[in-house]
Design a protein around this ligand. Sequence first.
Ligand SMILES: Cc1cc2nc3c(=O)[nH]c(=O)nc-3n(C[C@H](O)[C@H](O)[C@H](O)COP(=O)(O)OP(=O)(O)OC[C@H]3O[C@@H](n4cnc5c(N)ncnc54)[C@H](O)[C@@H]3O)c2cc1C
Length: 170
Amino acid sequence: MTVDATEFRAAMSRLGASVSLITTDGPAGRGGMTASSVCSVTDQPPTLLVCINRNASTYRAVRRNLAVCVNILAPRHVDLSRRFSTAQLSAEQKWSGVEWKTLATGAPALADAAVSLDCRVSMVKHMGTHGVFFCEVVDVSFSATTEGLIYFDRAYHPITGWAGQAVAEY
Ligand SMILES: Cc1cc2nc3c(=O)[nH]c(=O)nc-3n(C[C@H](O)[C@H](O)[C@H](O)COP(=O)(O)OP(=O)(O)OC[C@H]3O[C@@H](n4cnc5c(N)ncnc54)[C@H](O)[C@@H]3O)c2cc1C
């Protein structure tokens, strides 16, 4: 039995995931895109992974800059997430009207992200259409947000930080 790409994507639509804005800057210039394939790997050294389509311009920029900032989004960032996942928009349309800052690597950090993890790329592996970037976290910036943004069933969903209640109710 084989599973084709359409069926696999349908299955993955039920894997709810936090939404991040991946940014980079350096010799290859600035780049940024929406990503949900972000995953913690280990805390020694603090490392996460990001999977990026090798056809995306952000892939080429991250590959050369070897720096990436993972900005984890809150519900107020849905419009920003849509902008950074739309291929036809100009750089001006994507980046304007947003407050950016920089942390250790110089990659743009979203000023009001739930949390920004600034990273240097330590390893890249290819799997099919995607590059898997292992990224060592070198700086972190938190905001006061207690809400998260989840992509599930091909739609955005807000979640609120009500620790404890989740286990009690389900
Ligand atoms: C909630 C959500 C989560 C997402 N998570 C991820 C994720 O984890 N990883 C990921 O890779 N994407 C993810 N995407 C998609 C990603 O945000 C978009 O593809 C985005 O447009 C990439 O921006 P870019 O400017 O880097 O790429 P662009 O350069 O705008 O390219 C976007 C896409 O267009 C196509 N394309 C562009 N140039 C070429 C070319 N020369 N030849 C063939 N095809 C081409 C490719 O499919 C490419 O991926 C996600 C989107 C959403 C909405």
